[in-house]
Each structure stands twice: as structure tokens, then as C-alpha cells.
Write a protein that binds this ligand. Structure first.
Ligand code: MN
Length: 473
């Protein structure tokens, strides 16, 4: 694995430029909806840099960047591995974290604002149609346990509720656990919101780790070197020293204010409700910072949650089924609900055991399709082909009623959901006869530049051929 000097947002943008995956928008794209519209249009192709967004007037414009990850190959590039090594690499990093090192100062604190007006200081976009307003969507929320001092990293939707005030959705996981520890003592929880980092930090933040495991160590392992961190100026939280922008603040005890609606990963709005409140005490940033935003429900949002969940599910399932080759949470299933499992099938009936294991692996999983080793699980066409030709509903369908599901799935009944498993595998031992796929020898090895004429060669050939025919008519 190659070591990246200062594995920060800028290093990643340079790589994207070399890969031809960084577009630059014309100036004046509006913060409200237009940045999101252009980004979604390009979400499977390119990152987009908006050098001078409209709707944020100040002397020094701050650029906005979107779509840092546009496909699985870009996730692989961010982790410095080949496409098929993404999940093993993620699992290895989660198992062998590298602790961060603290340094005295870093570019993230070059400029300090102690009087805070968030929308004046930063270009904060509004994305989906019915979002309640501007949201910070790509910030690492770094919190410190008041009991142990161990840090946690996660990503939350952050509604701008006032000049120094943010409404935040804390699902009942680690940040929420820290917050409850602090709230019980009547104290605020010290946090930082960190905007503009290398995608390895964003991926690490989504790892399904234990409560006392610092995701910064997973980020370090993904990058092959310890993350360099600095202490915040107004609290004890440690943040990546090479981040673009840091908001230092506190989640207030015993305060709840309205937050939402906000367009979420299932492609629906999360509703408005009374939620926790962050007050920002200081903003620090690089001299010319870049602001990263993630469009709610866009591909970047889906893939960031998808890859770490796949890695966890693969590890969980392989404990019982070592013949599992790969897993995917499909994009159509919002990278959360629909799982495809590829196996080297050893026993008839095994796919149904795998389905039950997968439903137990994460309550979000609502549909499992099990396919054989000759199916491309990155192709929804190939998966449908396997269902079309290897699945019989009266024999190969597993249905479970009334299980725990996702609360964000509007078709579930307050989080109670049915589960469906489809065994789209052929009987053991039949892939070489009854279920042998047709194949053209040499198709996969075709070298187009060797096999096809150049443009001018093709023109000469066609010209001669078509003119000759014209003479005979
Ligand atoms: Mn955690």
C-alpha cells in the first residue's frame, strides 16, 4: 500500500484530477438546490468543485466540493487497493487500527473565528426540495466520552438553526451514548464538527465498531499511517490536523428544538421533530478552506454507508459460511436494505441458512438474494438473470413476517418489517452441465485497439466497400 503524504482532502482532489474525475463548475452556482442539482447529475461520474458559489457573500469566497466517491473503483482508489480488495482492506483496518498522534499545530487552525455566524462564515447549501434549510452534511462529528476520554467519530445531519446553533439528529448509537453520559451529569458534551477530510476518514466513521473503539485508528490503518491530530482551542476534542474546517462546540444538556424535514438515504424525508442542539464556540480553518457537502440521498451518501456495512456483514457471515465469496448492498436497495450474497455453493439448502444469518446480521436487511460464483454481483442485470433462470418461487423463497426492520422504511410498520430471501443458485454440481452459462471463447480477452481498425483505416475500408457496391447497382 502506498503512503499518502498528508492524507487530506487536497491530496484526494489531486488524485481525482489525475483520474479525470474532478469537474469544475462555472462560478455562481446557487447554494440553494443548484449545487445539489449539478452534483446529482454527475454523481456516478465526477466530483464537482464549485469555486465561487452564489448565495454566500464575503470577501474571500470558499469553494464547495461534492461527490468525493462516485463508484466502487473510486472507493478502492481512496483506500489504495484494487477493486476486489475493498472489503478485505476495510476489515483488516478495523481489526488492526493505528492510533493517532497529536501534534502541536496544524493547518486546520490557521484562521480562528471566536465570534460565530455560521452562514456568514461558510457556504452551507440546501439540497432536497423540502429540506428545512441549509444543512452541514459531510462533517465528522467527533465526541469525547466524559467517562473514558475515548473519542468517537460519526456523521450526522446538522441543520443550521441560528448563527451559532445547530439542530442534530443523534440516532441511538455511540455519540448518543456519550451524550447521555454527559446529560446525566447535567453537562454539555464537547464535540467538534470536522469538514473537508480525506475519504478514508469518512469511510472509517461508518465502521460498525465497538463503543470504546476510536474510528480515528481505523482511518489511520486505512491510510497506512497514524492520523495527525490537534487539540481544539475551546475544548479537549482532538481533530485531524489537516482538515479544511473545524467547528468546535457542545451538545447542550436537556435542550431539544425542532429539526427537519431532511431528505434521507431511503429517498424519502426524515420528519421534523424535537432533537438535540449543538452550540458552536469557535470556527477554525485553513487560510483558503474548501467546504465539502454530501447531497442527502445521493450516491456518495449511499456508498459511504454501504461499503463499511458490507465489510461487517461479510465478516459476520463468513464465520458460519466460509464459502461466501462476496456481498453487496445494492444501490436500488439504498445500499442498506437489499443484500446479494455470492457463494461457492457446497450444500443444497445452504442459501436459506445464509439468508437467516444475513437477517440476523443487521436489522436493516430486508431482502437477500443468494447467487452462484458465476454471477457478477455488481450487475443488477446479472442478478436478475440468476433469479429468472435459477429461482422458483414455490421452492426457493423464504418469507419471514413481523421482524425488526428499518424505521426509515416507510412501508415498515414503525420499524416492524417482513423479510424475503431468494435462492437464485443452481443445485450443487450442475454449473458445468444443466446450468452451464453460454460463453463465446475469447470475448473477455478482446483488445479493441488490436482488433479494430483506426478511424482513418475504418473510413478507407468502408469507402472502398460502399463505392464498389454502388458501381454494381
Ligand atoms: Mn463508534
Amino acid at each position: 500500500m502506498s503512503e499518502t503524504p498528508n492524507a487530506d482532502l487536497r491530496a484526494w482532489l489531486r488524485i481525482l484530477e489525475k483520474r479525470g474525475e474532478l469537474a469544475v463548475a462555472k462560478p455562481e452556482a446557487a447554494l440553494r438546490h443548484e449545487i445539489a442539482a449539478i452534483s446529482k447529475n454527475l454523481e456516478r461520474e465526477k466530483a464537482v468543485l464549485f469555486p465561487a458559489p452564489k448565495g454566500h457573500e464575503r470577501t474571500h469566497t470558499i469553494p464547495v466540493v461534492t461527490n468525493l466517491l462516485v463508484d466502487r473503483p473510486s472507493v478502492a482508489a481512496a483506500l489504495g487497493v484494487s477493486d476486489h480488495e475493498v472489503l478485505p482492506r476495510f476489515l483488516a483496518a478495523a481489526r488492526n487500527p493505528i492510533a493517532p498522534v497529536e501534534i502541536a499545530s496544524g493547518p486546520a487552525q490557521e484562521v480562528v473565528h471566536r465570534r460565530v455566524n455560521l452562514e456568514q462564515l461558510l457556504p452551507i447549501p440546501t439540497h432536497n426540495e423540502l429540506d428545512s434549510g441549509a444543512y452541514i452534511t459531510a462533517a465528522l462529528l467527533i465526541a469525547r466520552s466524559p467517562d473514558t476520554g475515548v473519542q468517537n467519530i460519526s456523521i450526522h445531519r446538522c441543520q443550521i438553526s441560528g448563527p451559532d446553533r445547530i439542530g442534530v439528529l443523534l440516532l441511538p448509537r455511540h455519540t448518543h451514548a456519550y451524550y447521555r453520559q454527559a446529560e446525566k451529569r447535567g453537562e454539555p458534551l464537547e464535540i467538534a464538527l470536522v469538514i473537508g477530510v480525506h475519504p478514508a476518514y469518512l469511510l472509517a466513521s461508518q465502521a460498525i465498531a465497538a463503543l470504546d473503539e476510536d474510528e480515528m485508528g481505523i482511518a489511520g490503518a486505512l491510510l497506512g499511517r497514524p492520523a495527525e491530530v490537534v487539540k481544539c482551542l475551546t475544548n479537549n476534542v482532538r481533530v485531524p490536523a489537516h482538515a479544511e474546517i473545524v467547528l468546535e462546540g457542545r451538545i447542550l444538556p436537556s435542550v431539544r428544538e425542532p429539526e427537519g424535514p431532511f431528505g434521507e438515504f431511503p429517498q424519502y424525508y426524515g420528519p421534523r421533530a424535537n432533537r438535540e442542539v449543538i452550540v458552536i464556540d469557535a470556527v477554525t480553518h485553513r487560510r483558503q478552506p474548501i467546504f465539502h457537502t454530501i447531497v442527502g440521498g445521493g450516491y456518495e451518501h449511499l456508498i459511504l454507508g454501504g461499503v463499511p456495512r458490507e465489510a461487517t456483514l461479510l465478516q459476520h457471515l463468513r464465520r458460519s459460511f466460509p464459502n461466501i465469496l462476496d456481498v453487496r448492498l445494492t444501490r436500488g436497495g439504498t445500499c442498506r436494505y437489499h443484500l446479494v450474497v455470492k457463494i461457492d455453493k457446497l450444500n443444497n439448502g445452504e442459501p436459506k441458512n445464509i439468508m437467516m444469518g444475513a437477517f440476523a446480521g443487521h436489522y436493516d436487511i430486508k431482502q437477500v438474494v443468494v447467487v452462484d460464483r458465476d454471477v457478477d454481483i455488481d450487475s443488477s442485470i446479472d442478478i436478475e438473470w440468476a433469479i429468472a433462470t435459477r429461482f422458483q418461487a414455490d421452492r426457493d423463497l423464504l418469507l419471514v413476517s413481523g421482524a425488526q426492520g428499518s424505521r426509515l422504511d416507510p412501508s415498515a410498520n414503525e420499524g416492524v418489517s417482513a423479510k424475503m430471501g431468494l435462492d437464485a443458485t443452481a443445485p450443487v454440481g450442475t454449473l458445468s452441465d444443466t446450468y452451464r452459462r453460454i460463453r463465446v471463447p475469447g470475448e473477455a480477452e478482446v483488445d479493441r485497439s488490436a482488433a479494430l481498425e483506426s478511424t482513418s483505416g475504418a473510413r478507407d475500408c468502408l469507402h472502398a466497400l460502399l463505392n464498389q457496391r454502388a458501381e454494381h447497382e
